[in-house]
Structures are given as structure tokens and as C-alpha cells.
Write a protein that binds this ligand. Sequence first.
Ligand code: CTP
Length: 448
Amino acid sequence: MKKVITYGTYDLLHQGHINLLKRAKDLGDYLIVGVTNDNFDRERGKLNVRNNVLERVEAVKATGYADKIIIEDYVGQKIDDIQKYDVDIFAIGSDWEGKFDYLNEFCKVVYLPRTEGISSTMLREESQLVVRVGVVGCGRIASRFVPESQFVSGVCVSGVYDVDFAKAANFMVEHNVPNFYRSYENLLDNVDAVYVSTPHLSHYELAKQALLAGKHVLCETPMVLNADEAKELYEIAESKSVILMEANKTAHCPAFNHLIAMVKSGVIGEVVDVEASLSKVWGDKSLREFDPAQAGGSMFELGSYPLLPIIKLLGTGYKNLNLYSRIENGVDIYTKGIFCYDKAVCSFKVGLGVKTEGNLVVSGTKGYALVPSPWWLTDYFELRYENQNENKKFFYKWDGAGLRYEIQEFVSCIVNKRFSSARLRRRESICMANVMQQFAERKNFFVL
Ligand code: CTP
């Protein structure tokens, strides 16, 4: 029996794919089709794939040409598959001519004629609505947003607004944004969505106004510092059929998502403890981050990052939370929080004036996961066990400032009308707002 193998993304399955699969099948008796995993595509820089891996597998199956479908997860897998399945022929479209000659060592490599005039890229472009985003607030993070958005298809930054007009005008020139607006209403009239990156205390009003105007909102983290406000905003978004998403970049990082999925699948047993820390010590105390009137301090500034792994892994149903802070000039320069769950205890530490090791450790009944500092930009993690031979290391690519992943998810939610993203569920975002509220109200709160 002659076995043939071929690989592809097979997004928005089209006639070119069908012809290719038929030609590949005709080369032998048994056809194996490797379909790329979503994470694998993201790592290759293919951020715009429309169908998820399950949909793409179903589409390939429906052609009737594949005898077996496998998932392509990592670079170098082709060699492993060829040996594992005892493959005779590796077939791929002629657009890859020469690129897979290295596989000749393991089997015969055939480049098949590609169907002219059609591709997934073309179909995506034809059907893609371009989401016009207005940037609200021209601070540090906003200046990273614009270049990052250029890596995501289906989105363009079309305007900018800041209470300080001069700042907005400079931002427009510096980032080549087509317009700046003197009023927020004016910006809202001219965009489909806004990215709110203003100081925390203005998020609620700005997000609410945009949602009520029927605009999608991507709001910097912490979205709001109050659970009722968070609930209200999500309710308005749903009633207006628009997307509201909290822009927590760690939540969208591919490696972090893989870590969460692996831990939830039980690779380290039952999770009993999560410890996450993050500190950024700044000398300049005149920054907004140290201003009590602008919700400065470690908890509001950094808290939503370490809260993320705790809430994602152990849920929103903790029994109690104690907070311990060292306060200077009206803001917490250091806060430690201890969550008690039914069968687990978790803690986090954040510091703007205290330095600590910034790692993430998830302890389980069979082993633990260690993500070294800076874990909030996860590109590497380890699973460790009593028997060190079982330890495993995982490496990922982290592109640029990492905002492209959250922008891509935001656009994908808009295009596919998904109100809640699995990366950061609405209830998880509300739970974070609730923790911020507890801190603001000084409940179960101890001053050091
Ligand atoms: N293919 C083909 N003819 C086309 C498009 C794709 O023969 N018009 C082949 C590719 O050469 C590859 C397989 O189909 O062997 C899967 O390709 P994939 O990358 O999924 O399809 P594209 O349409 O090229 O996707 P994209 O535009 O995202 O690169």
C-alpha cells in the first residue's frame, strides 16, 4: 500500500484545496492529511486564520479524500510523521517548490500543481470587513498598540482622541494615523471600535459611552475597579450586540494559554497552590502610577496580571481573600493577597516600590509548573516532577510587544460575534473588578 502525506491550514476550504487533496490521493492508496493546530499557526505568524482547527478538520474530512487526518503541532513534526506512519510520498502544492527537499532523505517529495486564482488569503480579504479602531488616550501603551495592530488583518487604526489635543495631534503624526478628533463623540461617529488606554478611573465612562453608541470596546486592564460597573458594561455590550473585552495581554499570550490548557488537563495533578508575582520598581514617584487621586499604586497598576492565572486555574468561587499592603504617600507600594479556595490556597504579590522575584509557580498533586520571570510575557515554561526524568520544557515565540494577540482575538470576536472570549471570560473579568473593589473598600485588608 502506497502512503501519501500532505499538510496545510485549509482555512475557508476552497477548490484549490480540493484539487490538491485529489491530486495527492491519486499518487497512492492511502492519504494522510496534516492540519495545522491554531497555536502552531499563530506561532508561524499566521494570525488571521478564520476557522478553528476543529472546523478545518471537519472541512477536510468532508472532501472525502483523507483516509486519516492528523494535527500538525510543531516544527519538525513532518519528519516524525513520515517515519511513524511509514509514508512513501510527501506531497504539497507547487507554491512550496524546493522548500521541502530536505524530506527526500525520508521519502519521495512531490510538488503538485497549485490551482491558480484562489487562496485562503484571497477569500479572507474578500470577505473581511475592516474594523476601524479609534485610540483613546495617547500614553505609552497606546503607542505600542498602533504598530502591533499592523500585524493583524481586518483592523486599522483610523483615529485618535486625547483630552490633550496637542498630544493626540502628535500621536497622529508620529504613528501615521489618518485623523485626530477634538471630541470623543466625534471620534465615536467615525469608528467601529475603540481601544481605551486612558488612566484607570476614566475607563468606565469612556467604555460606557462607546458601548451605548454601538461601538466595540477593547479596554486596558484593569477595566474598572468595581464589580457592578464591570457587570453593567458587559450587559450594555450584550444589549447593543457589540464586543467588550478587557485588554489583558497575558491572557492572549500563546504560551500562557497552552500552560493553562495543560494544567487544566491534569498534567500536574490537582492544583493546590498558585503563586504569582510581579514588581516594577520605578524611581520617578511623580508618575501617574504613584498618584492616589488617579488610582495609582501596585494593586491597581499591576494586580490584574497575577490575578489572571489564579482565577483561570481555580475559578471565581474563592471562599475569602485577605489583602496586605504597605502604603506610602497614599498608595500601596506593595500588596500581597491570599486567596482561600475549598481545596487550594493561592497568593500574589505586586510591587511598585518593593522588588521581588517575578515568577509563577503552580503546584499540583503530581508536579508543578514553573514560569520564570517575566512570566506575564510567557515564552517558556517547565513542568517539574519528583522524578526529574519526567520534567519537560516548553518554548514559544513571543512576537513584538505581544498586543497583536489580543487585537487579533478582539477582531475575531467582532467578526464572529462572540461576546465572551475563552481567554478571559466575562465572569473572570468581573471577578478581577471585584478584587479591585475589595482593595478600594479596604475589606479584609491589613496595613503592614
Ligand atoms: N493549494 C493549492 N492551490 C491553491 C491554494 C492552496 O494547491 N490555490 C495547496 C497548497 O499548496 C497546500 C495546500 O493546498 O499544499 C494547503 O494550503 P493552505 O496553506 O492551507 O492554503 P492557501 O489557500 O495557500 O492558504 P493561505 O492563503 O493562508 O496561504
